[in-house]
Design a binder for this molecule. Structure first.
Ligand code: GLY
Ligand code: MN
Length: 427
């Protein structure tokens, strides 16, 4: 059996065990009509693997003929002209695990009478063409709906811990992303516009078969890098700039998310290097601390302490490191969080408590470790030469039984390796 097929079937069975006699309805993603590539809804994808828009999954444990029912579109000749080919019922039944695959227009009849006084877990998806039909069936049959709670938490809990199959997909996404970063570094002394690096990055991803990205690629040169989510990628790159690239390939529905920062001249200035080294030390300290039983907030604070100690050595801040953490004083220079979960979504699902420190990491989780230093023109507390600089270094890290595995260990990040790679592409 195809590993993806059996994996998804296993997920459906696990969830069935949690549903009792309740129904679960999950609408798939909606085409937005603006001629952009469609990306499937995350929970729907997790439970079906079905790639097309406008579908609906209904899991009904009370259905003796099979609990898992998938409803898909089957485009007519007229629809194919604008919307393209669809897999249709038969092909979908071959590829996706479901007890029964139906044409989507059968959904109304299927739901008729089925929801009477039942409890239904259902979160509407805005703009879904069948929202009205599902909503009417729920209302007219007096079903009680829940759009959050135990069942959705169970899906989240399942998604948080990655299976070997999922880890394999993410390794591929990360390898492609790493290659894209190296291609950009090698082009570092040639490209002189942010969008050229964006093209280089995305070209590499596409040439390796990743047709979509985890999120909009960030290419930020000079002071643009002080904005966490700068995505214009429209500015010039000058010789003295650091170039921050934060991007990720999407592979078989799974995200990578890696950031590297390099000097466009091929050589860090001494201030750039000093700052880069403290971010690197903070990043490595964070990666080293990743292990089961450890909370993300403790890893964050550990990385922050290393960053603050480095800033103290450079004379940029004064005071007790832990007081500076407690008072959030360092947030002027690093406003973000060190870690987020990574998976089908770039900021993947987490249950409440993981960020606050009530829940610890478990084997199979994949998180990012991404400290940064970002100084604005208005940060007048530090000398001018340290202002308007943005540096971020980000790896993707798997929590293992023993500790952790850095999934991007070969993506250049040491000063000498980054400089050598940038210089290697000089004309
Ligand atoms: N890569 C973007 C972010 O993590 O926010
Ligand atoms: Mn990230």
């Amino acid at each position: 059996m195809d590993p993806q097929f059996s994996e998804i079937k296993g997920r459906q069975e696990q969830l069935l065990g949690k549903l009792g006699s309740d129904l679960l309805i999950i609408p798939g993603g909606v085409a937005n009509g603006s001629i952009t590539r469609f990306r499937q809804g995350s929970n729907f994808f997790y439970l079906t693997g079905f790639p097309e828009h406008g579908a609906v999954l209904v899991i009904d444990p009370g259905d003796d003929s099979g609990a898992v029912n998938l409803f898909v579109r089957e485009n007519t000749e007229k629809e194919i002209v604008w919307d393209g080919f669809t897999m249709g019922v038969n092909k979908t039944a071959e590829i996706c695990p479901a007890d029964k695959v139906y044409h989507i227009r059968e959904l109304e009849d299927f739901l008729h009478g089925r929801l009477l006084n039942r409890s239904v877990h259902y979160k509407p998806v805005e703009g879904h063409p069948y929202s009205r039909i599902i909503g009417q069936a729920i209302k007219s049959q007096g079903a009680e709906t829940q759009d959050e709670g135990e069942v959705f938490d169970e899906i989240t809990a399942m998604r948080i811990v990655k299976s070997p199959f999922e880890i394999e997909q993410m390794r591929r996404a990360i390898q492609i992303t790493s290659d894209a970063h190296h291609a950009c570094m090698r082009a570092g002394m040639r490209h002189r516009h942010e969008y050229q690096f964006e093209a280089e990055f995305e070209y590499t991803c596409k040439m390796e078969g990743a047709l979509q990205y985890a999120f909009g690629t960030i290419v930020a040169a000079g002071n643009h890098a002080t904005c966490q989510h700068y995505i214009e990628n429209a500015g010039p790159v000058s010789n003295n700039d650091l170039v921050l690239i934060d991007g990720g390939a999407l592979w078989n529905g799974y995200c990578a998310d890696l950031t590297r920062t390099f000097p466009a001249s091929g050589k860090f200035s001494s201030i750039q290097r000093d700052l880069y080294e403290i971010v690197l030390a903070s990043q490595k300290a964070g990666v080293e601390k990743v292990a089961p039983g450890v909370c993300m907030i403790d890893i964050h604070n550990h990385s922050a302490a290393v960053l603050i100690d480095g800033m103290k050595e450079l004379g940029l801040v004064k005071g007790d490191t832990y007081e500076l953490i407690e008072s959030n004083a360092y947030k002027d220079y690093w406003p973000g969080a060190l870690c987020h979960s990574l998976g089908i979504d770039v900021h993947d699902v987490l249950l409440p408590g993981y960020h606050k420190g009530d829940k610890a990491l478990k084997p199979g989780m994949i998180i990012t470790v991404e400290p940064g230093f970002y100084s604005q023109a208005f940060n007048k507390d530090i000398p001018e030469e340290f202002r308007e600089i943005g540096i971020r270094i980000e790896d993707d890290v798997l929590v293992t039984e023993e500790g952790h595995e850095n999934l991007s260990p070969d993506t250049a990040k040491e000063v000498a390796d980054v400089e050598a790679m940038v210089q290697s592409g000089a004309e």
